[in-house]
Design a protein around this ligand. Structure first.
Ligand SMILES: [Zn+2]
Length: 226
């Protein structure tokens, strides 16, 4: 899924009664949040989606953060330099863990934002290369980064760029974790009223609705018996 800005994914809720809201997108529309949602906590039964270096490359390609040609080149390099590939997977998970802290608790905490900025700058600082924008297969423009040095080092650039966007704009205030305590998915709330609570209305939102319904029925039957 390409990175898109909030205006392209925002649902206009102005003239609808609250019960008639269309479901928000099943996941966040921000690259860095989608990346955070690949971890084992968010995936629950599926486990960590970044199980090996190849899975990391596949995820980056599928999400428009890496083009197929470069991915093929990096795969060849990874066969020749397995230790470097393994180190780069460890680094990707480290970046992801830092971004989860930012997504869950960054808003309102200058210290957490500063820590995230340090992590983002660590990644940006070690990667020399060329930035460009290209049209993705979906027709949307995407930023890309072609490293001039270590090919593995540039892999996290689109992710940290996306997180940096949330820090330099005021969007972090709209980033939150799903209200279902068992769900660890993070998302950006692009609704007008800013009251979105669940990562997905089809799953967590429906579960909450069903639980409210059961609680109401129970209260009613208790009253009837009493
Ligand atoms: Zn959820």
């Amino acid at each position: 899924m390409p990175v898109s800005n909030s205006s392209t994914r925002r649902v206009d809720v102005k003239d609808r009664p609250p019960s008639d809201l269309p479901s928000p997108p099943s996941t966040s529309s921000r690259l860095w949040l989608d990346f955070v949602n690949t971890d084992a906590a968010a995936q629950a039964t599926r486990g960590d989606l970044l199980r090996d270096f190849d899975a990391l490359l596949s995820w980056l390609t599928a999400n428009g953060a890496l083009d197929d040609e470069r991915a093929a080149g990096i795969r060849r390099r990874a066969l020749l330099q397995p230790a470097a590939a393994a180190a780069s997977l460890v680094d990707a998970r480290r970046v992801r863990a830092a971004l989860r802290v930012l997504a869950e608790r960054g808003h309102g905490s200058a210290r957490i934002c500063d820590d995230a900025a340090t992590e983002i700058n660590r990644v940006l600082g070690r990667s020399a290369g060329t930035r460009r924008i290209d049209r993705h297969a979906t027709g949307e423009f995407m930023r890309s980064f072609a490293p001039t040095g270590d090919a593995f080092a540039g892999l996290m650039i689109p992710l940290v760029d996306s997180a940096a966007d949330a820090l330099v704009t005021s969007e972090l205030a709209r980033v939150r974790r799903c209200a279902d305590a068992r769900c660890h998915r993070v998302f950006v709330d692009s609704t007008k009223n800013g009251l979105r609570r669940w990562c997905d209305m089809g799953t967590c939102g429906n579960r909450a609705k069903a639980a409210r319904h059961r609680a109401k029925q129970l209260a009613r039957s208790v009253r009837a018996r009493g």
